[in-house]
Design a protein around this ligand. Sequence first.
Ligand SMILES: Nc1ncnc2c1ncn2[C@@H]1O[C@H](COP(=O)(O)OP(=O)(O)OP(=O)(O)O)[C@@H](O)[C@H]1O
Ligand SMILES: [Mg+2]
Length: 587
Amino acid sequence: MTARDRAVWDPAWADTAVRDPAAPDRAIRETRPDHGAIWRLTLAAAAGTAASLGAIGLTATSAWLISRAALHPPVLTLMFAVVAVQVCGLGRSVFRYAERLTGHDAALRVLASIRVRAYTRLERLAPAGLAAFRSGDLVGRLVSDIDSIADRWLRVLLPYAAAAVAGAATTGFVALLLPSAGLVLAASLVAAAAVAPWAAGAVARKAERRIAPHRGELNAASLDLLRGCAELVAFGAVDEGLERVCDADRALRKAEGRSAAGRGIAASVTALAAGGSVWACVVLGVSAVRSGVLPGVTLAVVVLTPLAAHEVFGGLAPAAQQLPRIRASASRVRAVLRHPDPVHEPSLPLPAPAPPYDLRIENLSARWSAGVPDVLSGIGLTVPAGRRVAVVGPSGAGKTTLAMVLLRFLDPAGGRVILGGTDITELSGDTVRGIIGLCAQDAHVFDTTVGENVLLARRDASMAQVRDALLRAGLLDWVDSLPLGLDTPAGEHGARLSGGQRQRLALARVLLAGFPVLVLDEPTEHLDEQTADTLTRDLLAATDGRTVLLITHRTAGLELVDEIVRIEAGRLARPGRLRQAGAATQA
Ligand SMILES: Nc1ncnc2c1ncn2[C@@H]1O[C@H](COP(=O)(O)OP(=O)(O)OP(=O)(O)O)[C@@H](O)[C@H]1O
Ligand SMILES: [Mg+2]
């Protein structure tokens, strides 16, 4: 099995963070913002620096003003300090607002660009490639993991950049007043910005890295529980289902607890650094005033400025502590972005062939992953344009697999499929799916109205065309009998529709799309015999004149097809047996 094949089918292996320690760095590099966002982030960092300097300057000037005012000097000598207090006070708020505005704008741009890339990738992976990810976990990757990546810029790098400049300027200023106090401040700021997150990391780095995967596991287990709730209740297995969720929850809580312990340690180091620096500055300042090195009026400035600087630095450690979690999230998103294509798209796809769309399947074999036996082998079938062929066979024979190959959702392992004279592997998947339409075995009904569900196939279709498609699918009478008609909500997964209505809705969708070649995969699945017979006849009547491959394991109701072929264990049992329309058949 090649690395590519393994990555397609093994989610743990596909998760690059699990097996490649350098992957998080590559992941971070790959999710870097574009130039526009970097420019905005730089502006935000500049505004953040100015806001921090404003906050520190406000404390320093206020401290000087209060001390100086206590000596009752002429008011005019205080004017400069009064103006400075006003400028710093106003500047702090204005620049903080500008920082939030530009910083969030940049972060939202980063988010949007990564999300669009991830969704574009998912579109390429669906449906075969998505089997490598569990849906709840995938939702976690698309939502919270991508949010975390934006946090790296907004909540870590940006505050660090602003604090570094403001901290250096403040340290320089305090050192000018009293060099020893400047040294103390520099050391305490390094402790708050670097030692505190390092100490937190020593306790919780491993836990931080595990939080994102544990959250993905909890999402997946919860979704599984919700989806399978009815079955679990029916089989009395609710406790086991809940236990899985509880296990995932316990693992996540343990990691979160460890992370909180790390945050606690970081908070104590930060508080110690802030308090220690203030006390050290009091001691150094008082002795400097006593020895005449420092004017008494600036003592308050030397003591209170470090306090203001530590307020700016206070949020850095908890933010930096999240870096391992952010790196793990970036890896998980990268695993989606870098997941190998389940189907090879040609580098120079041929243009769409012209009608008629004869379909020729030659010696076709297919498998779902490398290293496993072929699901289909030696399939040969010719379906001239306009012919209707039923593909029958027992469950697991490979009928849906054949549909997946025809739709370019799965590459042939051998042999060819020729559509209108062109090998489909030389066409892009979208081109093939513009000609061949699929009514899937478990077609998804969206949680919107019945009308919207049909319109999905052709957004520019008129109401008359939607109604015509519903009529041909045998659903119009039912829709018209509803008080809300086409505006009736279908419910989640079509929960407000019966099984037969769901199938007919899916059929109406493909009829509206007007594909010249149709693959109908088990359209009568889950229906009672009588309804299934009626639906089969209805859909064959509705697709008259088109090329149809009707996949079914039912043999009744097939009088209208031109040919019936049977697949057994991946092989054509009676290849190309021509069947006269109207004759009874036992497949
Ligand atoms: N996504 C998949 N990943 C891996 N193996 C798959 C996948 N889908 C199908 N298979 C395997 O391929 C084989 C054929 O499955 P397929 O779905 O084509 O059968 P089928 O004839 O459509 O059955 P049914 O009538 O029950 O729908 C089965 O052994 C199945 O386990
Ligand atoms: Mg099937």
